[in-house]
Design a protein around this ligand. Structure first.
Ligand SMILES: Nc1ncnc2c1ncn2[C@@H]1O[C@H](COP(=O)(O)OP(=O)(O)OP(=O)(O)O)[C@@H](O)[C@H]1O
Ligand SMILES: [Mg+2]
Length: 238
């Protein structure tokens, strides 16, 4: 299948020998919106870092579009990753932030201009081109970060607790904005959170992680209606 992401028997240990990820198996068709839900320390970020190529698994394989990722360096994988603090460049304006990845890829000016314009329109930021980052609200910053991540047209979008630094009210609003934009795109998205409400709102498929393993996989409805064991029940508060 085109742009399918497959994880087969992924295991990862860190130096101290504690098993971090245990036999992770996962297959995502293009366009899937997956939420990775689990308590702190359950291995969510490590899983994303492995897919991104920032860590290498001890055993198992990761395939994208049928191609093993093992020997492909992170920037060559063409995956987009958005972090908690958005990590925008404070000394660049909105246009240059969004154009950054395209410039790094050596795209010409015409292509950069047209792609940035598309991203500004997708994220509702038309007219913000020359604004400085410190002149933006939290929500606008988030949209710039999303536009920047999507500009190089990644095959996969990963978000690691993108809202966790915000207060509760803003979080709710921005989650809605974020999922609205992403749901219009046919891009496979992995959204990491420890909040089950966020996970259910952001994903049509959810994996619940516990101590480095996938405890249960299902749609939000399946998880709520059929939690597999008492740990899941308690974690989801159902
Ligand atoms: N580079 C590392 N070296 C050693 N141990 C690590 C390393 N990175 C992560 N760990 C450990 O692996 C476990 C999983 O960490 P990870 O960051 O993947 O969890 P997480 O689910 O993202 O947690 P959180 O919700 O707090 O972000 C933790 O016990 C952590 O201490
Ligand atoms: Mg984490």
């Amino acid at each position: 299948m085109k742009n399918e992401l497959v994880l087969e028997h992924i295991n990862k240990k860190f130096d101290d020998g504690s098993l971090i990820l245990k036999d992770i198996n996962l297959s995502l068709q293009q366009g899937t919106k997956l939420s990775v839900l689990g308590p702190s320390g359950s291995g969510k970020t490590t899983l994303l870092r492995l897919i991104a190529g920032l860590e290498i698994q001890d055993s198992g394989s990761i395939l994208f579009n049928g191609q093993p990722m093992e020997n492909i360096r992170p920037h060559k994988r063409n995956f987009g990753m958005m972090f908690q603090e958005f990590a925008l460049f404070p000394h660049m304006n909105v246009f240059d932030n969004i154009a950054f990845g395209l410039k790094m890829k050596g795209k010409d000016k015409t292509e950069i201009d047209s792609r940035v314009k598309n991203m500004l329109s997708l994220t509702g930021l038309e007219g913000f081109e020359t604004r400085q980052i410190n002149e933006l609200s939290g929500g606008e910053r988030q949209r710039v970060a999303l536009a920047r991540t999507l500009a190089p047209n990644p095959g996969l979008l990963m978000l690691d607790e993108p809202l966790s630094s915000l207060d509760r009210v803003l979080r709710k609003r921005l989650l809605l904005e974020l999922t609205n934009i992403i749901s219009r795109l046919n891009i496979t998205t992995i959204f990491v959170t420890h909040d089950h409400k966020e996970a259910f709102a952001a994903g049509n498929m959810v994996i619940v992680m516990n101590q480095g393993g996938i405890e249960q996989k299902g749609t939000p409805e399946e998880l709520v209606q059929n939690p597999k064991n008492s740990w899941i029940k308690e974690f989801l508060g159902v």
